[in-house]
Design a binder for this molecule. Structure first.
Ligand SMILES: *Cc1c(COP(=O)(O)O)cnc(C)c1O
Length: 371
């Protein structure tokens, strides 16, 4: 059995967790939370880190903190996890979608400007699967039109764009620490930013908008999205190993690239662009539409061999929940649709062995050569 993700917890995780238990500090008031926030923020060159219960919660906070509300339009990729669009819709805003680049799988930055209207308030950038979005054109459009950039860097710990860390580009940026990310807390997230007031706002939104002076009197609604000291203990230990984790992820990616290079009926991830080298958050493959092999055949055959896979994200404009709200009616984004239908990823976690990579590659080659 080779699961689609196996985490790697071989640093100080156990030691720090024992410290939580022995000192009795298990809630969000414990000392690891602040340490994790400070060290994480420093890693991505931001002034502030606000640790949260998960990445989706971090997005809720980020979207609310920059003031997205009723009537506001937010431009984002259709090919992404539901969280960013869900945060915008819950805030009363409207996601406005762009298609993907067929090679990088990230949002096609050339499509953004045509989507700007007087209601556009922000661009929500989501870096997908290990390669950053091409940020320079986005920062340029945002500047020219006075738009806020929100950055979802949930898959980008340790990645950089033209030498600058991902997570340092948004007015507010977020990370997730789910077990398949390069830094995990089991569950967890972080909002990062530079502005002192914005950081204060995020801290308030994370903690039910309690007020300092009149604790149980609320001017605004927030959430309980606090991170526990135990999550932060694991996160801090993971962060200490981030450079090692990124090296290993790139090694996993290179091994798959070498072993799968000759498969003609699938598209492999781009290994680099002129602005970044892939960190392979996951190793994705997209079946060519004109070949005899399709995703469901490949993934079910891999499943028979006890090899885990996951389909790619399902585009936002095809989500029943949004269609039922009357969103995205009649819109089509052909690249994202192809990725959503034909894309899947193979086991790519940090706990994967070289032997596992060889097994997965061999099975893939057998299945695809069978056709
Ligand atoms: C994982 C992920 C999230 C959500 O994070 P959770 O911690 O699972 O809530 C958000 N955006 C992207 C791009 C992700 O990959």
């Amino acid at each position: 059995m080779i699961p689609v993700n196996t985490p790697l917890l071989d640093g100080n995780e156990k030691k720090y967790l024992i410290e939580c238990i022995e000192t009795g500090w298990i809630s969000s008031e414990g000392p690891f939370v602040k340490r994790f926030e400070e060290q994480f923020a420093q890693t991505v060159q931001r002034r502030h880190g606000v640790a949260c219960a998960n990445g989706s919660g971090a997005l809720d906070i980020a979207v609310a903190a920059v003031g997205i509300g009723a009537g506001d339009e937010v431009i984002m990729p259709t090919f992404t996890i539901i969280s960013p669009a869900a945060s915008v819709v819950r805030a009363g805003g409207t996601p406005v979608l762009v298609d993907s680049d067929p090679v990088t799988w990230n949002m096609d930055v050339a499509q953004i400007e045509a989507k700007i209207t007087p209601k556009t308030k922000a661009i929500l950038v989501v870096h997908i699967y290990g390669l950053p979005v091409d940020m320079d054109p986005i920062l340029d459009v945002a500047n020219r039109h006075g738009l806020t950039v929100i950055e979802d860097a949930a898959e980008m710990h340790g990645q950089s764009y033209r030498g600058r860390p991902c997570g340092s580009f948004g007015v507010v940026s977020i990370f997730s620490f789910y077990p398949n990310k390069h830094v995990t807390c089991g569950e967890g997230g972080m909002v990062v930013c530079d502005d002192d007031q914005l950081a204060e706002r995020c801290r308030g939104l994370r903690n039910l908008c309690f007020q300092r002076e009149r604790r149980f009197v609320h001017e605004e609604l927030g959430w309980n999205y606090r991170m526990t000291n135990m999550q932060a203990a694991v996160g801090l230990a993971q962060l200490e190993n981030l450079p090692k984790h990124v090296l290993r992820k790139r090694e996993i990616g290179k091994r798959y690239q070498d072993q799968l290079r000759d498969l003609s009926s699938v598209q492999l991830p781009l290994s680099q662009t002129d602005y970044a080298e892939n960190i392979y958050w996951v190793f994705g493959l997209v079946c060519n539409e004109d070949s005899a092999i399709d995703r469901s055949t490949v993934t079910s055959r891999l499943g028979e061999k006890k090899i885990g896979t996951r389909p790619f994200f399902w585009p936002m404009h095809l989500q029943p929940v949004f269609q039922n709200m009357g969103l995205f009616e009649g819109e089509s984004y052909p690249v994202a649709e192809r990725l959503g239908k034909q894309g899947f990823y193979v086991p790519s976690g940090l706990g994967l062995s070289d032997h596992d990579i060889r097994c997965v590659s061999t099975e893939l080659k057998n299945i695809i050569a069978d056709r």
